[in-house]
Design a protein around this ligand. Structure first.
Ligand SMILES: C[S@@+](CC[C@H](N)C(=O)[O-])C[C@H]1O[C@@H](n2cnc3c(N)ncnc32)[C@H](O)[C@@H]1O
Length: 213
C-alpha cells in the first residue's frame, strides 16, 4: 500500500489500531531508561504516545500524514512526561537528523527490498548502546496464525530482518538480545468470521538488538 492508500485507511474518525501500545513494545521497553526514541511507521502513534507517557522524547515517523494527525490529536488528551513530534517521511529513505537511543518499528510490512532499506535506516539511527525493537507479522502467521496481511511477500521472519542488517557491509556491530517468533493472543470476534472461540493466536516476529557502544 502506498501513502495515499494508508491516508484513505486512516481517514475515518475511528482508530484503525488500538489506543494501547503493542504488547511486545510495552513489555520489552518497560525497563529501558527514557531517552530519545523514534517510532518508525508510527501510524496513529499508539506506541509513540505510550513511550512519551513514560518520559521518552519521541519522534513519530510515518508516510501517512493522516495517520500522524490522528496520533497528534490523540496525544492532546494524554498526560505525557516526555515529548512528541510528528514527521511525515518514507521509512525506506528517511534518515534520522540525530542519533537516538531507541527505534521501534511495529508492523511495517514491506516487500523484502524495501524492508531491508527501512531496517538499515532504523539501525543507522541508533546511538552507540541504542536499542532497535522490530515487531512484525511473521511469515508463519499466514498458515498458523490469524489476521494480518495475507500476502507472503510482505511477511517475514526474525532471521530475514537480521539478514537485512547483516548485508550492510560496514555496519557497526550489535548484540542480538532476542530474535524469535512470538505468540500474540487476540480476542476472537464473531464479526471477523473467527467464530466463538475464546481467543486466537497471531504469530509475530520480534528482533531486539543493542548497537555496540
Ligand atoms: C500496520 S500499520 C502499524 C502502525 C503502528 N506501527 C502500530 O503498530 O500501530 C503500518 C504503518 O506503516 C506505515 N507505512 C507503510 N509503509 C511505509 C513507508 N514506506 N514509510 C513510512 N511509513 C510506512 C503505514 O502508513 C502505517 O501507518
Amino acid at each position: 500500500m502506498d501513502s495515499s492508500a494508508w491516508d484513505e485507511r486512516y481517514a475515518g474518525t475511528d482508530l484503525v489500531w488500538s489506543v494501547t501500545p503493542n504488547v511486545f513494545v510495552a513489555d520489552r521497553i518497560a525497563e529501558l531508561p527514557p531517552a530519545r526514541a523514534v517510532d518508525l511507521a508510527a501510524g496513529e502513534g499508539r506506541n509513540a504516545i505510550w513511550l512519551a507517557s513514560r518520559g521518552w522524547e519521541v519522534t513519530a515517523v510515518d508516510f501517512s500524514t493522516v495517520g500522524l494527525d490522528k496520533g497528534r490529536r490523540l496525544a492532546e488528551h494524554r498526560e505525557t512526561s516526555g515529548s512528541l513530534s510528528w514527521v511525515t517521511a518514507d521509512a525506506t529513505t528517511w534518515r534520522s537528523p540525530e542519533p537516538v537511543d531507541l527505534v521501534v518499528v511495529a508492523y511495517l510490512q514491506l516487500p523484502a527490498a524495501e524492508r531491508a532499506r527501512a531496517a538499515r535506516a532504523a539501525f543507522a539511527a541508533l546511538a552507540p548502546g541504542g536499542h532497535l525493537l522490530w515487531v512484525a507479522h511473521d511469515l508463519t502467521n499466514l498458515t498458523e496464525g490469524t489476521g494480518g496481511p495475507q500476502d507472503p511477500a510482505v511477511l517475514m521472519t526474525a532471521d530475514d530482518v537480521l539478514a537485512d542488517l547483516a548485508e550492510e557491509a560496514d555496519a557497526p556491530g550489535y548484540r542480538v538480545l532476542e530474535a524469535d517468533r512470538v505468540a500474540r493472543r487476540v480476542p476472537a470476534r464473531p464479526e471477523d468470521g473467527h467464530g466463538e472461540a475464546p481467543g486466537l493466536t497471531a504469530w509475530d516476529c520480534l528482533v531486539h538488538l543493542e548497537r555496540s557502544a
